[in-house]
Write a protein that binds this ligand. Structure first.
Ligand code: ASP
Length: 378
């Protein structure tokens, strides 16, 4: 009895009154809020230390979706940059991301208008200190040309990384999410500064000047034949750059007024080559011709004569090559000094075309000055 009598006494002392119950609930609720707020502000504090990355989406297979035509068929540029980012887990731990849609096109339709919009937006974001780095999502077909164009016009040393994929987002083994993750990893890394525009695909980091697409369908398609990748990236090992950043030595070019670069044609050389493609290019108003020559930038006698005549009329002639590696060298089998030609050095025809356009737009037309710009890297 005594024991029994004692128990209720103890219970009474500790039992909350009817009024106390809601007070405790209120206290627990507000502790909950405070804890959640603390966690949230902890997250904010963590996030505040992360770099700000502006993602500019242009379309491409990375934003592609299967269509009904056949197995493997798909349409480029169907998914927005925002949706792409949402589909990759863990991006928010790498950077504070903000996506903008610049275009929704397959990069086979890439054009001056989109290039100018990209260049202007990147420069604005850097000049106004809105972003610490930029990631561009892009189709792979002309990715190297956009990379090279931007490399030549964007000022400053903040990282600009371009990324694409060979398989659409809806493919069984889509390569886009991994590539996008690695692109953000590279853009967020301070060691990526001062390296110009970088292409990140399939665990490789490659420079805008050298990178080129080499396989029509394989995910192992981008390569830099003359100098190899700038570095490697993977989610386990992180980023390994093969050399310290040198800072940017090359010139940058002003964007010309308007939204169009001067017309420069690429003429592809082959056996039995005649002068017709060169004459056609000139009759359609080409201010420059880039020869995708055989071997060391060579072409047939009739084509060479037509190029010589074009150069005499003030058309810029740049000899490049259809061969995938090596350099085009002055005055070997072709007398460049006599003909007033320029050689592209290591630039493939599609990049030599971009540089020729920028130079003509900037009023550089003397062969010696043009040659200096092509050789500026060495
Ligand atoms: N045609 C596509 C594009 O360049 C190919 C790709 O993205 O892989 O947009």
């Amino acid at each position: 009895m005594t024991q029994h009598a004692a128990r209720p006494a103890i219970h009474r002392r500790n039992r909350p009154s009817i009024l106390a119950a809601p007070l405790i609930a209120l206290a627990l609720w507000s502790w909950g809020i405070a804890a959640a707020q603390a966690a949230e502000s902890g997250k904010d504090a963590m996030a505040a230390g992360l770099p700000r990355i502006l993602v500019l989406a242009t379309g491409g297979t990375i934003a592609g979706q299967a269509d009904a035509r056949a197995t493997g068929a798909y349409k480029s540029g169907q998914i927005t940059g925002e949706q792409l980012m949402q589909s990759v887990p863990g991006l928010d731990k790498l950077a504070r991301l903000n996506a903008e849609q610049i275009s929704s096109i397959g990069s086979q339709d890439m054009n001056d208008k989109v290039w100018f919009a990209l260049a202007r937006r990147i420069q604005e974001a850097f000049d106004k200190n809105e972003a610490d780095a930029v990631v561009i999502t892009h189709g792979t077909d002309t990715l190297e040309e956009t990379a090279f164009f931007l490399d030549n016009v964007v000022r400053g040393d903040k990282p600009v990384v371009i990324v694409g994929s060979m398989r659409p987002a809806t493919a069984v083994s889509a390569d886009g999410p991994g590539n996008l993750y690695e692109a953000v990893q590279v853009a967020a890394d301070p060691r990526s500064r001062g390296r110009g525009v970088l292409a990140v695909l399939n665990d490789k980091i490659q420079g805008a000047r050298s990178v080129t697409k080499t396989n029509t369908t394989s995910i192992e398609t981008f390569s830099s034949a003359n100098d190899g990748p700038v570095g490697y990236v993977d989610s386990a090992g992180g980023i390994r750059f093969m050399a310290q950043a040198q800072g940017l030595k090359r010139a940058t070019y002003q964007l010309p007024a308007g939204e169009q670069l001067p017309r420069v044609a690429i003429v592809y050389s082959h056996a039995n080559m005649d002068a017709v493609p060169i004459e056609d290019a000139i009759s359609h108003g080409a201010k420059g011709i880039v020869l995708a020559g055989v071997g060391d930038g060579n072409t047939s006698k009739p084509a060479l004569d037509a190029l010589e005549a074009a150069a005499k009329k003030g058309v810029i002639v740049v000899r490049s090559t259809r061969v995938r590696s090596g350099f085009v060298t002055r005055n070997v089998e072709v007398d460049d000094d006599k003909n007033g030609f320029v050689v592209s050095e290591d630039l493939n025809p599609q990049k030599a075309r971009v540089l020729t356009q920028l130079l003509i737009a900037g009023g550089v037309t003397a062969p010696a000055e043009l040659q200096k710009a092509f050789t500026a890297t060495w």
